[in-house]
Design a protein around this ligand. Sequence first.
Ligand code: UN1
Length: 526
Amino acid sequence: MTTTHTETARAAPEIASMIGGQPADGGAVRESTNPADVEEVVATVRLGDAGTMLRACRTASEAQQRWAAVPAPVRGNVISGAATLVRRNKTALAALLTREVGKPTGEALGEVQEVIDTCEFFLSEGRRLYGMTVPSEMPRKQLFTFRTPVGVAAIITAGNFPVAVPSWYIVPALLCGNAVVWKPAEYASACARALAELFWHAGVPADVLNLVLADGASTFEGLEQALGEGVVHKVGFTGSTDVGRRIGELCGRHLQSPCLELGGKNPLVVMPDADIDLAVEGAVFSGFGTAGQRCTSLGTVIADERVHDEFLARFARAVEVAAIGDPTADVLYGPMLDERFLVRFERDWLGLIRDHHSIHGSTATGRITAAAPREGFLGGDPERGLYCHPTIVSGVRVEDEIANTETFGPMVGVARFADWEEAMALANGHGYGLSSAIYTNDPRAAFRFREEISAGMVSVNNSTSGAEAHLPFGGNGKSGNGARQSGVWVLEQFTRWQSMNWDLAGKLQKAQMDVAEIAADLDYRM
Ligand code: UN1
């Protein structure tokens, strides 16, 4: 086959870890491929090892104080520059997301917009980063609080949101005066490199934002060594509950509390007074958007028995006719992010549900193939890509595996409830606590749900996913350690409070002990 001009222009670049602006050499090579066409190589990725992670953390540690000395409003200007560059490159970056992780164009554009929103929120925070002046109990003494940077932040992210979720960490971490080592998912390396380039071009020094491309085991080992050497002071991790638990243990040994954003089993409750069409629309988007591979994806619909059958019939119909396929077309969802998710989804879930439940939404489950086709599949031969049928599993009970474990694929459970207690047992019983939704027009039900749900995020008449970029994002229980990202709340992750007292009295004034004498001196009765 002759190589056409277009093919040459799209030849896969080789990318490597970047430490202090220098590519790290050596290491295994992995191809990052297009999940909609696995023959297409998007980038050749040179993976680092534990030593790469450690060197990146040392480099960041050496650079951090210099960056912290840059006035916060000036760091904000750099973030402003990043916002401009990401906006100018929005279409190209979104197209790369579609190519590398198969995110449909509309969602990919939305994700890049989320990076811009995050930059825009934080660029002015550089002019705030407020501390307080606090009254003292003594005369001629003043108390203050200051936010100080934490140091080096090691940020380890998943590939389902290859640029938005990383920006939730990187942007506030940099703005607050920290240096960053970012370890993205290997299968989203090209997206990561592109975003990092935009930050560097905006003026973030190369040793203040370091990029490490490595597998999970090497990253963990390198992180362990870096924590031991004292060159990492905060870990941010978005990924599975199991890995989050290990990272939490590791950080705990070093007396650190990481920012953990883990899995979810997000419920969507349909009350008898709900607008059923709206609830169906919300369930389709939150259950099957990104092929169910969001941490905020809908896990189980919990429908009042009076509307259950009607809801299920309409939901199944909507999913049956939904367009699935080529992510550059107008589809509900495209391929799985990477082969590992397809393999795991088929291995862990298909046998289990076939034996126990009624299946709706498609004529088959698992991978879409010539032998198990999807009617109306968009985009030619489905076997070129990593496509899965959408699956709705009805008859879910509170004790079922599917009611209690994240599936991370295009699969939604539907359960029915007779009373409120039963609904809440299904909504909370799994022990996750990330996102949740209720469809109702009764304010009492909405507020009661808000009070009783364990999730960190609650939607009323909206989907479980699609949080706005300036509200606190995060979960409880198996979904995280209570840390919150986004908006002003994430500042608690990337700064530490320092308090100062300044005594102008010219003599030692002892807090708690001298208060009575001071009052007497001032002729003031206590
Ligand atoms: C995730 O899946 O890790 O709220 C984050 C949402 C997105 C972010 C999801 N804005 O669904």
